[in-house]
Design a protein around this ligand. Structure first.
Ligand SMILES: NC(=O)c1ccc[n+]([C@@H]2O[C@H](COP(=O)([O-])OP(=O)(O)OC[C@H]3O[C@@H](n4cnc5c(N)ncnc54)[C@H](O)[C@@H]3O)[C@@H](O)[C@H]2O)c1
Length: 308
């Protein structure tokens, strides 16, 4: 298959590109390197350093006519979306409209979209969260992901471009960058550097963490399954910030106590996703045991952090 992956120089997108290439697909990567890195781009992919909002990107879709577009490029931070909501909507909403309009004109069969299970549902009392839970985003980022899913529905219904929206939990693994502000990445890099991590709130808040290898598996399944559906993807096992701190400390065998800071705006006590729909319809289930995946990830940071 010919597959165009946006955000293929970033954390999750680059792992997806690697697997698609391993499987023998013809892969095109589009990424403006806003947070991604050229070093992450698989040398067997064709790389175009374009912005997903640009006419050049739309022209590339029309000339290459990929079978599938996998859309991972985005402004990914809730914090930036609250500080710069216009920028967030510009990248995340206008980007996907530009993509979908060109996809419709180029007869692209399907778009796979990286949505966000952590933000499109807002804060819910009833856990775990299923796909039937109504959208209730509470940040511009959550709103831009929700709006994107409605644009996917519009282009599927009116232009025949199929889609699968994958609503991710908190993804971790090698190649995530500290700028993502993800707790596993931040704690691991700080402990490796000999710094003291700060735990906001009391550390007993717990979320659903999913290994990037499991996300890649879902993006493979979605190439041929799950048309015009949205799926939660999580491990379904909430893990507290205190537990993550202790596990990373054990893996690195360092002697450090956390500093505690105030609760941050938007911090949630408990969040985890019900992914049984993906198990049934995508034949997907989380496979990586958390401790093994965490150990591999922390070792990757240890081996790569100080390498130039
Ligand atoms: N990491 C998570 O826990 C998580 C959770 C839910 C959803 N997601 C979504 O998954 C996708 C990938 O996230 P990630 O964690 O790999 O982040 P990332 O920052 O590593 O990847 C995003 C990529 O998009 C590129 N990009 C940004 N703006 C662009 C633009 N205007 N044009 C072209 N490229 C652009 C960046 O350079 C980067 O390579 C995003 O859509 C994100 O919203 C991630």
């Amino acid at each position: 298959m010919k597959i165009l992956v946006t955000g293929g120089a970033g954390f999750i997108g680059s792992h997806i590109v690697d697997r698609y290439i391993e499987l023998g697909h013809d892969v095109i990567v589009v990424d403006n390197l806003a947070t991604g890195s050229k070093a992450n781009v698989n040398p067997n992919a064709r790389f175009f350093p374009l912005d997903v909002r640009s006419p050049e990107f739309a022209a590339l879709i029309r000339s290459e006519k990929p079978d599938v577009i996998n859309h991972h490029a985005a402004q990914t931070l809730v914090r930036i979306s609250t500080e710069q909501p216009v920028f967030d909507a510009d990248v995340n909403v206008l980007g996907i409209i530009n993509l979908l309009q060109a996809a419709a004109e180029a007869d692209v069969r399907k778009v796979i979209f990286a949505s966000s299970g952590g933000t499109v549902y807002g804060v819910q009392d009833k856990l775990p969260i299923t796909e039937d839970t109504p959208f209730a985003p509470q940040s511009p980022y959550g709103i831009s992901k929700t709006a994107s899913e409605f644009y996917l529905r519009y282009y599927a219904a009116n232009w025949g471009v199929a889609y699968t929206a994958l609503r991710y939990a908190n993804i971790f693994g090698p190649r995530d960058t500290v700028s993502s502000e993800h707790v596993i990445t931040v704690f691991a890099t700080q402990m490796i550097r000999g710094e003291t991590p700060t735990i906001h709130w009391d550390g007993e808040q717990a979320k659903d963490y999913l290994y990037v290898g499991d996300v890649v598996n879902a993006n493979v399944q979605a190439l041929t399954k799950g048309d015009n559906e949205a799926y939660n993807l999580g491990a379904g096992q909430p893990i507290s910030v205190n537990t993550i701190f202790k596990l990373i400390r054990d893996i690195l065998d360092v002697d450090v106590e956390p500093r505690f800071g105030p609760k941050r705006m938007g911090d949630v006590r408990l969040f985890y996703l019900d992914s049984r729909k993906a198990q049934r319809e995508l034949d997907w289930r989380p496979q990586a045991p958390f401790l093994d995946a965490l150990t591999e990830t922390v070792h990757w940071y240890r081996d790569h952090l100080f390498r130039k």
